[in-house]
Design a protein around this ligand. Structure first.
Ligand SMILES: NC(=O)c1ccc[n+]([C@@H]2O[C@H](COP(=O)([O-])OP(=O)(O)OC[C@H]3O[C@@H](n4cnc5c(N)ncnc54)[C@H](O)[C@@H]3O)[C@@H](O)[C@H]2O)c1
Length: 288
């Protein structure tokens, strides 16, 4: 099992549809010891989902925007494990008026909230865990692995608005963390996931249409109800198999990002019989 003996903190499980739930499940199946985090009123939902995981897990309090919670997380993990080998950042949130197509009208405060919770928080989590990334022994040189969840921020999407801007910031934060934590053996990578039906995705107007376009656009196809392919990519990045990978954005999206335009099945243009291109003429080097 590729995560044997690893101690991994997984944020962002709200229910069994959460991408983080699939990652926690796979991590346990691969031999990791897992702790979840949750906060406030959703904590009970997280605890309910946690009971369905293959092995028992503790749920620690973490509002990623709370310095007190971040400090308590460091203390609890130090007490419990003495070290951490991996962390999953699966946290994003934007106020409703920062999503939905009114990009120009979104209030400054809403954009700031989206950035703080969805991008700055990766730095906040990394800072809290940095003292605990100590190497897992057994001759394994790795200090640890931080994995975050991204939605391709290299282009603008319908409705995604300030969350898209926050994801662009997240991509940059991950690169700076890779720079600063690399010398301590800590890798920082993101997974650019295809659309998955989760609670967070449900809050994005137009998510259904975007998700539908993925089915046609992804050369490998895409199932929006199945977070397992994203989870498997995360397991690779949490494992020592990715020991030389940092500052990377790994696309687990069925190949969608590589394709310029989707042609829905059955709608390919028939090859034209008119205007046949002229037959290629052999090149004659004696002619100017
Ligand atoms: N679902 C998708 O289509 C998709 C695609 C690409 C990337 N992602 C990313 O995956 C990650 C996980 O989202 P998901 O789709 O599984 O949805 P989800 O709703 O299951 O998870 C989002 C989590 O963020 C947590 N959260 C929000 N504010 C927080 C805070 N202040 N402190 C701590 N936790 C907080 C919520 O409690 C929740 O558990 C997010 O970063 C999301 O942007 C999702």
């Amino acid at each position: 099992m590729i995560l044997d003996g690893k101690k991994i903190v997984v944020t962002g499980v709200i229910d069994r549809h959460s991408i983080a739930y699939a990652i926690a499940e796979r991590a346990q199946e691969q031999g990791a010891e897992v702790v979840l985090t949750s906060f406030g009123r959703v904590r009970r939902m997280t605890e309910r989902a946690a009971k369905r995981l293959p092995a028992e897990v503790e749920v620690l309090e973490l509002d990623v925007n709370s310095d007190d919670d971040l400090a308590s997380l460091t203390d609890s993990l130090r007490e419990r494990w003495g070290r951490v080998d991996g962390a999953v950042h699966a946290i994003a949130n934007a106020p409703a008026d920062a999503l939905g197509g009114n990009f120009l009208g979104a209030p400054r405060e809403s954009a700031k909230t989206a950035f703080e919770t969805s991008a700055y928080s990766l730095k906040a989590l990394a800072e809290a865990l940095e003292p605990l990334f100590g190497g897992s022994g057994n001759g394994v040189p790795s200090g640890g692995s931080i994995v975050g969840l991204d939605f391709d921020a290299s282009v603008a999407w319908p409705s995604y608005d300030w969350m898209g801007v926050s994801k662009a910031a997240l991509e940059s934060v991950a690169r700076y963390l890779a720079r600063d934590l690399g010398p301590g053996g800590v890798r920082v990578n993101l997974i650019s996931a295809g659309p998955v039906k989760t609670a967070a995705a449900g809050g994005i107007p137009g998510f259904g249409a975007l998700a539908a376009s993925w089915k046609d656009g992804a050369p490998l196809g895409w199932d929006v109800t199945d977070p397992a392919p994203v989870a498997d990519a995360a397991i690779f990045l949490l494992s020592d198999l990715s020991r030389a990978v940092s500052g990377e954005i790994l696309h687990a999206d069925g190949g969608f990002h590589a394709i310029g335009a989707a042609v829905p099945a059955g709608e390919e243009e028939p090859a034209s019989t008119e205007d046949e291109p002229a037959a290629p003429v052999a090149w004659d080097p004696t002619q100017p």
